[in-house]
Design a protein around this ligand. Structure first.
Ligand SMILES: NC(=O)c1ccc[n+]([C@@H]2O[C@H](COP(=O)([O-])OP(=O)(O)OC[C@H]3O[C@@H](n4cnc5c(N)ncnc54)[C@H](O)[C@@H]3O)[C@@H](O)[C@H]2O)c1
Length: 343
């Protein structure tokens, strides 16, 4: 099978490509990514070596294309060559969506629509749209099922919710074989150090202050990225067309202050390095999604406990200092590493 992966130079996409090529020796992946600040070809060095440039021409199973999902010409030329699409590409950082919403609407909504239109034109066999639990908005207690209304709070979440609705409309109107997934917060190797867990790990490793929003009471349910990749794989192959699947562990829920203290402890750093900064506007208190549909229908279960996942992640950031230093030192948005809304 030939698959087009969009946003494969980002965090989840690069983990997914490596997972997939390793698991399915007969499959070929084309990775379309425009290499925004979040896209990083260093995430794919091993993939290139084993399946791309480094492989014998007749054994090559991976191609990278530097291009934008909003570019109809590129998108059509690639979609015409594949059987399925796994669509990760997005602007993904909530803080950046608050300071610059326009780019989020353009990529996340119009980019998705460009892909859907090409998928329709070339009669793609499966279109897996990667979405987020943030589209449901916050929930004090309990869990949202897939039929809950969408009440997004940030421009990021609103743009993802809009894309979800468009994807659904292409199923209803054109019978395009789509499936939508909504995952909780991922963590693991290759996550950009602007995001909570890698930001804390790398700042604490450097003995620097780590900025925590508000009083740190917000709660998140974390999933190790490889558990997410397995769920996506299962849903791609066995999920029902036209359906939405939530992906969550539920057992890995923890407040941000607890997570910060745990990371400081695991890195042997004093809790005094945790610095409370002004809260993010519209900061959702808690996300909770019910993944029993995925568990009962497809038999998925997560494998990594929060502790195992954190230990593996910390080990990876310790062993790959060059990878994150290059990003942190080269990024003009360095304010994101010390707390955007500093008190
Ligand atoms: N990280 C999470 O915790 C999480 C949780 C739930 C859902 N998601 C969703 O999963 C997907 C991947 O998330 P991530 O954390 O890997 O994101 P990321 O920011 O690490 O990667 C996004 C990738 O998309 C690429 N991209 C951005 N705009 C593009 C465009 N116009 N054309 C082509 N490529 C473009 C970037 O260069 C980057 O490589 C996103 O759709 C996100 O909404 C993420």
């Amino acid at each position: 099978m030939k698959i087009l992966v969009t946003g494969g130079a980002g965090f989840i996409g690069s983990n997914f490509i490596s997972y997939w090529l390793n698991k399915y020796p007969g499959d070929v992946i084309i990775n379309l990514d425009s290499l925004t600040y979040a896209g990083n070809l260093d995430n794919l060095t091993e993939v290139e070596k084993n399946y791309g440039d480094g492989a014998l021409p007749e054994q090559r199973r991976y191609w990278f294309v530097n291009g934008d999902i909003r570019n109809t010409l590129i998108v059509e030329s690639l979609i015409s060559k594949v059987d399925g699409v796994v669509h990760f590409a997005a602007e993904s950082h909530v803080d950046r969506s608050i300071t610059n919403p326009q780019e989020f609407l353009s990529t996340n909504i119009l980019g998705t629509q460009t892909l859907l239109e090409a998928a329709r034109k070339f009669k793609i066999k499966k279109f897996l749209h990667i979405s987020t639990d943030e589209v449901y908005g916050s929930i004090e207690t309990g869990y949202y099922s897939e039929t809950a209304p969408l009440t997004p709070a940030s421009p990021y979440a609103a743009s993802k919710a809009s894309a979800d609705l468009l994807v659904r409309s292409y199923y209803e109107t054109y019978k395009l074989p789509v499936i939508i997934t909504r995952t909780t917060n991922n963590f693991g190797p290759y996550q950009h150090p602007e995001k909570f867990i890698p930001l804390f790990i790398t700042n604490l490793m450097e003995g620097k202050k780590a900025p925590l929003y508000g009083y740190g009471l917000n709660r998140r349910d974390w999933i190790y990225v490889l558990d997410n990749c397995e769920a996506l794989d299962l849903i791609f192959h066995e999920g029902r067309i036209g359906e939405v699947y939530n992906i969550s562990t539920s057992s890995n829920e923890i407040s941000n202050i607890e997570m910060s203290s745990r990371l400081a402890r695991l890195l042997n750093q004093p809790p005094s390095l945790i610095e409370f900064v002004t809260d993010r506007p519209g900061h959702d208190f808690r996300y909770g999604v019910d993944s029993s549909k995925l568990r009962n229908e497809l038999g998925w279960n997560h494998k990594y406990s929060l502790k195992e996942g954190l230990l593996k992640t910390i080990e990876w950031y310790k062993n790959n200092e060059l990878w994150w230093r290059k990003i942190k030192e080269g990024d003009i948005y360095s304010s994101y590493y010390s707390g955007q809304y500093k008190k």
